[in-house]
Design a protein. Structure first.
Length: 309
């Protein structure tokens, strides 16, 4: 007679999502001295995984990654959801809490198909559907062009292999978790900024579920939480969503956060950046940085943010 599972963890069923859910299960079992059977992984097919031929921004935005998991969590079919925090909307239903942020992995993008942005061949075609990656690329390499690449990591690498583009970007964290971290070249922060919350796994549960909150608590990594919450505060200040070319990197060091952020016009031609250092947990500082960015923004940049729904 077994009382397992103690906890049901909802996850998308893409290979990367499953690996991230497995990492969460491993950490939970380690923290509580449980056998693997104590945590059941419940895969859910997300709307975002069904429609692959149009940009996310056109078909409903980041909510498409969380809609099904949110419904299951609200109904109590699962106790918690595991998310790539980068894909989770900035404003979450109040009935949920992002209760554990796991130690953040490599925050960088990797470029697959060339050793660096500068070394992309003249007029290279680059596959991406992320406004940030497209704008940041075209800002540095106006000779390049962008084609839409959606789908999971394997799908995108397949499109590259099939010659649909000369190069593409993938998050280092995702490649690492899939054991493919030998692919491509990492892009460093001096020239290339990642997306808000890139590389962070978040575990969300119901705000009134004290039992699950207590079980998740030992998984929370305070420095990673400080970084991603500051990055999300910046997103909120900018009114950013999946349409917005916002690049930001926040790095924790001895209780302080250094944030470097850039926003772009839709075509990437124009770019403004700001950076600041402030105390971890200070969510006013990212807000001020957002305001400073918008103050400096050219009309073409501001138009992107004014239009954001
Ligand atoms: N947008 C899809 C997505 N969401 C999270 C990751 C990778 C893992 C992470 O950044 O946490 C990816 C793939 C990618 O951007 O290459």
């Amino acid at each position: 007679m077994s009382e397992y599972p103690f906890l049901k963890l909802g996850t998308r069923q893409s290979p990367l999502a499953m690996v991230q859910a497995e990492e969460t299960r491993r950490r939970l079992c380690e923290a509580h001295g449980w056998p693997e059977e104590a945590v059941e992984l419940v895969p859910v097919v997300a709307s975002g995984d069904k429609v692959l031929d149009r940009p996310l921004a056109e078909i409903g935005g980041k909510a498409l990654w969380t809609k099904e998991l949110d419904a299951w969590l609200a109904e109590g079919k699962i106790d918690a959801s595991v998310h790539s925090l980068k894909d989770v909307e900035t404003i979450r239903p109040e009935v949920f809490t992002l209760h554990a942020i796991l130690p953040r992995a490599d925050k960088r993008d990797r470029l697959i198909g060339a050793a660096s942005i500068a070394e992309l061949k003249e007029g290279a075609v680059v596959g991406t559907s992320a406004p940030r990656r497209a704008a940041q690329l075209l800002n540095q390499r106006p000779d390049c062009s962008v084609v839409m690449f959606r789908g999971n990591v394997a799908t995108r690498l397949g499109k590259l292999d099939a010659g649909e583009a000369d190069a593409t970007f993938l998050a280092a964290a995702g490649l690492e978790r899939l054991g493919q971290d030998n692919i491509g070249a990492p892009l460093d922060a001096e020239n290339w900024l990642p997306a808000p919350s890139q590389g962070a796994i978040a575990v969300e549960c119901r705000a009134d579920d004290a039992r699950t909150q207590e079980l998740l608590a030992p998984l929370d990594h305070a420095p990673s939480r400080a970084e991603v919450m500051a990055e999300r505060a910046l997103l909120l200040a900018l009114g950013g969503n999946c349409h917005s070319p916002i690049a930001v990197l926040c790095t924790h060091h001895e209780g302080k956060l250094t944030m470097c952020a850039a926003i772009f016009s839709a075509d990437g031609a124009e770019r403004v950046e700001e950076s600041a250092t402030f105390a971890a947990g200070d969510n006013e500082a990212p807000k001020a940085l957002g305001t400073a960015l918008l103050d400096k923004a050219t009309p073409a940049i501001r138009a992107v943010f004014d239009e954001a729904p």
